[in-house]
Write a protein that binds this ligand. Structure first.
Ligand code: 5MM
Length: 349
């Protein structure tokens, strides 16, 4: 195992106040977001949108790593620069989503299982040669009346651990993402209980598969009530429940935790991350940052609308969102920063 390389990559991904950008929407998800924003759902529009992202000026100030998707990793800017090279030039480590999405789990109605282990070793070798230094696999846990079942959690976490072992064999840092979905009317306690079960099972499976925790990053959900829950929780309560759960379940040898946003508004996702840092400054064994997709991209995608004339504004919005998340990681985010119109250069480098 290339232990030093894995540790160095994981450390670089967690550096300073930076975080990760998930830009790994599969074609179906990207098209769905485009439809909502009124953007044509063609391969060229997807390419142009990803070009807008990877050429955002000074994006490397705020973002340490960007997660690409198979379609995107082979694409280039109009000037012919491969996206992966544009990222590297900006000081951003390229990563790649390697799961092949979720399907219904046989015999377990309402539950999903992630596919993608077949041929993964060969795909990882190819992605490494292309320049990817980290990968991502997402498992989905659904809260319902009779779900999640133990069998679903166990099967998903086993797959995550097998994926992580293969990544490490190939010098690629695995991001393990067990996402407990926000869909439903469950309360915060239920989300906490399910997330705890999933994380405990995940680390059990990782140990069984002999995964080196020093060369891995966890991408969990925050602990939140379901989107349809009558009782929403305060920012402080979410921060406390989230960090409390992580402290219970995540060994200190894990170098970093990078949250997904899961459908929270960009503002709320920043506020939650910020509250965790304010409350637990200097008390956490791992780095705590963001790996958002929607909570970074949403304002920019809506402003772009698929038009060249909006590219600059969209890039400013991307930069602004990411730099606000940097501020959150420092525990310095305040909602009034949202009102500043121009992109914020908040980081003191
Ligand atoms: C970008 O969305 C990723 C999943 O895409 P597909 O469903 O199309 O495969 C997803 O894994 C994403 O990286 C994380 O969930 C974080 O995204 P959010 O929007 O929750 O921050």
């Amino acid at each position: 195992m290339k232990t030093d390389e894995l540790i160095n990559t994981a450390t670089a991904l967690m550096a300073g106040d930076k975080g990760l950008l998930a830009m790994d929407e599969s074609t179906g998800t990207c098209n769905k977001r485009f439809e909502e924003a009124g953007i044509p759902t063609t391969i060229e529009y997807r390419r142009a949108y990803r070009e807008l992202i990877v050429t955002t000026p000074n994006f490397g100030d705020c973002i340490s790593g960007a997660i690409l998707y198979d379609e995107t990793i082979y694409q280039s800017t109009k000037k012919g620069v491969l996206f992966i090279d544009a990222l590297k030039k900006a000081g951003i480590i390229p990563g790649i989503k390697v799961d092949e999405g979720t399907v219904n789990m046989a015999n377990f109605p309402g539950e999903k299982i992630t596919e993608g282990l077949d041929g993964l070793r060969q795909r990882l070798e190819k992605y490494y040669d292309l320049g990817a230094r980290f990968a991502k696999w997402r498992a989905v846990i659904t809260i319902g009346e009779d779900t999640p079942t133990k069998a679903n959690i166990e099967a998903n976490m086993h797959l995550l651990a097998r994926y992580a072992a293969l990544c490490q064999e190939n010098g690629i840092v695995p991001i393990v993402e067990p996402e407990v979905l926000m869909d439903g009317d469950h309360n915060l306690k239920k989300c906490q209980k399910v997330t705890e079960k999933a994380l405990k099972m995940l680390f059990k499976q990782l140990e069984k598969q002999r995964v080196d925790l020093r060369g891995l990053i966890l991408k969990p959900n925050m602990i939140l009530p379901g989107t349809k829950s009558e009782k929403q929780a305060s920012v402080d309560k979410v921060a406390k429940a989230t960090v409390g759960t992580l402290l219970k379940c995540v060994p200190p040898s894990v170098p970093g935790i990078a949250f997904l946003s899961g459908g929270q508004s960009p503002e709320l996702a920043s506020a939650h991350l910020n509250a965790m840092h304010v409350k637990y400054k200097g008390k956490l064994p791992w780095a705590l940052t963001f790996s958002f997709a929607r909570a970074i991209q949403e304002p920019a995608m809506n402003a772009w609308k698929g038009l060249d004339k909006n590219v600059k504004v969209a890039q400013k919005l991307l930069y602004k969102r990411a730099s606000l998340d940097n501020a959150a990681r420092r525990g310095e985010y305040t909602p009034d920063m949202e009102l500043v119109d121009k992109p914020l250069i908040l980081t003191v480098k």
